[in-house]
Design a protein around this ligand. Structure first.
Ligand code: ADP
Length: 502
């Protein structure tokens, strides 16, 4: 089959500028698509962060005229490549919009830190991303190929499918191009005033509740969903959940009406960085053949580093998370005294809300010989917890995809998860039935309660202590799972083929 030509537009790309998981997808998916033989390119804004990243950048000589309401702004286009590939990354330059980020001064890609320490969106975010989305469409004739698919991501590029359908498809070179829109987090929708319509140059009659309007606001994410030829999110379960009021953030009605136009594709896991056999942070790297000899060495190393007794028989429960309510920290705090009564040690790495920092610190200070805590962001510690813990805790309230459970599967550290979003799709619960079938990879519970979490950990420990053969089978089955980008890219390829008919 012929290769599909894909232009992926994103407001951040790992290695260039990053605030979250979107950047990982925007870097890894094009790389995997190119490996599968699809001509692929990426477009992103040329932030100060890109200049600081030190990636090689060249001029292209391309100057795009970008219509913004009654004005036309010029923008220069620069080009880099995804490291280690030929995939071009087109950098859309417009200094007043994109070269203001400076972490030392509290200025990020989308937000700035204000006087009282709180973060506030830039007041011109709508203008910045109307501009970027429009520039993506203007870039198309310069790519050297006509894209079969324009793949937009999250609210910042929500207007890409809109501009394609309303302003460009009638022009030569765009007729056959189809749009795909991926929702990475429905909590951020890009809601602005009606006045934004003027910047877009789109006709006023489109500002109605079936198209661009959401309760009097111009909603970029909704616009992307309405106009894209296909919509997906980052796991099949989250794709179902966001059709309900509990998860849909107001868009459940629209999403519920999409039928087969909305699907879910689990993100890939970067096994180059998360491979226990080649992990430079580990005291004793291991494979499925050596896991039961070397993992205990990693566990002792972890206990030592956290100042805990090097007791091989004490089950270590590990957790790595942004310390925000999404991640179920409140359940862990309520259940943790019970974990200690079960003879466990608890090790937590995280950064986030002050209240959780305080609670965790108090808990550690009360049980310094049972609880290890590192508040902050530390990649090496994250790897050591994945390898050294016996179980990994991830009791999220909601989880569009989740990566940590994928790492813990690969590291043979069975995850204890709540069955939501990507957690439900990637972890097979160790029920008696699944144990007998040899399919279990972790432990799962449904109710968002501390007692459900506690009981699930208790069941996991029953296997760990009393049925070690079963527990070992869970470890080995977990390690054998394939959540690689290649698998994910194959699913995107199928989606692209469906939407283009190619
Ligand atoms: P989310 O994107 O909601 O934060 P994921 O599980 O999808 O959750 O991804 C989190 C990523 O960030 C993982 O790579 C995880 O290892 C990493 N991470 C989160 N907190 C920390 C921390 N304090 N130190 C190091 N890595 C962290």
């Amino acid at each position: 089959m012929a290769g599909l030509r894909v232009l992926l537009a994103a407001s951040e790309v790992a290695g260039f500028a990053k605030t979250g998981g979107l950047a990982d997808v925007a870097a890894a998916l094009p790389r995997a698509l190119a490996r599968r033989g699809h001509p692929t390119a990426v477009a992103m804004p040329y932030y100060s962060a890109v200049r600081r990243a030190g990636v090689p950048v060249e001029g292209t000589g391309i100057v795009l005229p970008v219509p913004m309401g009654t004005r036309v702004l010029a923008c220069r286009v620069h080009r880099s490549r995804l490291p280690g590939t030929d995939v071009p990354v087109y950098l859309i330059e417009h200094q007043p919009f994109f070269e203001r980020d400076d972490p030392a001064a509290g200025r990020g890609l989308y937000q700035q830190t204000m006087g009282g320490g709180y973060k506030s969106d830039y007041p011109d975010n709508a203008e910045r991303f109307v501009f970027f989305s429009r520039a993506v469409l203007e870039l198309v004739p310069h790519l050297g190929f006509t894209p079969d698919v324009l793949h937009a991501n999250d609210w910042q590029t929500g207007l890409v499918p809109v501009f394609l359908a309303e302003a460009y498809r009638a022009k030569g070179g765009y007729q056959k191009t189809r749009s795909v829109f991926t929702i990475h987090n429905i909590a951020y929708q890009g809601m602005f005033g009606r006045d934004v319509l003027g910047m877009t140059g789109l006709p006023g009659y489109l500002f109605n509740h079936a198209q661009l309007e959401f309760y009097g606001h111009f909603n970029f994410l909704k616009a992307g969903v309405v106009y894209a030829d296909a919509v997906n999110t980052v796991s099949p379960t989250y794709a179902r959940e966001i059709r309900t009021a509990a998860f849909g953030c107001g868009l459940e009605g629209l999403l519920g009406g999409l039928g087969g136009k909305l699907s879910g594709i689990v993100n890939g896991c970067d096994y180059d960085h998360w491979d226990p056999a080649r992990d430079r942070f580990l005291a004793a790297p291991y494979t499925a053949e050596t896991v039961f000899e070397n993992k205990p060495v990693c566990k002792a190393d972890l206990q030592r580093r956290f100042g805990l007794p090097e007791d091989p028989s004490a089950p270590v429960l590990g957790m790595i998370a942004r310390l925000v309510s999404q991640k179920g920290i409140d359940l862990v705090m309520s259940a943790a005294p019970g974990f200690l009564d079960l003879g466990c040690q608890v090790v937590v790495l995280g950064d986030g809300d002050r209240e959780f920092h305080d609670q965790l610190r108090a808990f550690r200070d009360k049980h310094p010989d049972r609880v290890g805590l590192h508040l902050g962001f530390d990649e090496g510690i994250a790897h050591r917890i994945e390898a050294g813990a016996d179980l990994f805790l991830m009791p999220s309230r909601y989880e569009p995809c989740g990566l940590n459970q994928l790492y813990s599967l690969r590291y043979g550290t069975p995850p204890v998860v709540r069955t939501t979003g990507g957690l439900a799709d990637t972890v097979v619960n160790a029920t008696e039935e699944n144990l007998a079938a040899g399919t279990a990879t972790g432990f799962a519970f449904g109710d968002y309660t501390a007692s459900a979490l506690y009981e699930t950990v208790r069941w996991a420990l029953t296997l760990y202590r009393e049925r070690p053969d079963d527990f070992r089978q869970v470890v080995l089955t977990a390690m054998a799972q394939d959540w690689s980008w290649d698998r994910s890219a194959a699913a995107y390829e199928a989606l692209y083929r469906k939407v283009t008919g190619a």
